[in-house]
Design a protein around this ligand. Structure first.
Ligand code: FES
Length: 171
């Protein structure tokens, strides 16, 4: 039995072995699996996957023992969340304090312009969705972006643009 399928203290296993679930579980653990960690946990889902689908909502609501309707209530109330699958790739630029003081907002602006995708949106060709998060927990290597679930330390707009160009050539 691997970590992804291990059932801990009556909590459900992660929906798949995708490593991004670890970020979600870390958010729940930080809050002691308490119900008041719901919004933070859903933020972790959004930041890691680029959207919050029904699978994630069920997993989070069961893990935190909150009604599924409450989890739906949160994601439909706040504009930050999206229930729709994003572009083929997701790029989450961290704009938390540590990243901010290392020019994350300039990075975000430059990358957005170069790659032709606005914050919170998916590029017209559906290749990349650009999102932001307040802190992804890697402040020591700021500025940081999470690309398809992988943390990129000390990232630059140019590096992100290179990745997007590569994806565009593939498709
Ligand atoms: S502020 Fe960006 S990783 Fe913490």
């Amino acid at each position: 039995m691997n970590a992804a399928t291990k059932v801990t203290a009556g909590r459900p296993p992660a929906p798949s072995s995708d490593k991004r679930w670890r970020l979600v579980e870390a958010a729940m653990r930080r809050n002691g699996y308490k119900r008041n960690g719901l919004i933070e946990t859903l933020h972790a889902v959004q930041a890691s996957f680029g959207y919050v689908d029904e699978v994630a909502l069920r997993f989070v609501s069961q893990s935190l023992r909150v009604p599924l309707s409450a989890a739906y209530g949160v994601v439909t109330f706040y504009h930050f969340f999206t229930l729709k699958p994003p572009g083929k790739h997701t790029c989450v630029v961290c704009t938390g304090t540590a990243c901010y003081i290392r020019n994350a907002s300039k990075l975000l602006e430059e990358f957005s312009r170069q790659a032709g995708v606005r914050e919170g949106e998916t590029s017209a060709d559906g290749v990349v969705s650009l999102l932001t998060a307040r802190c992804v927990g890697s402040c020591g290597v700021a500025p940081v972006a999470v690309v398809d679930g992988e943390v990129l330390p000390k990232v630059t707009a140019g590096r992100l643009k290179e990745l997007v160009d590569g994806w565009r050539h593939e498709s």
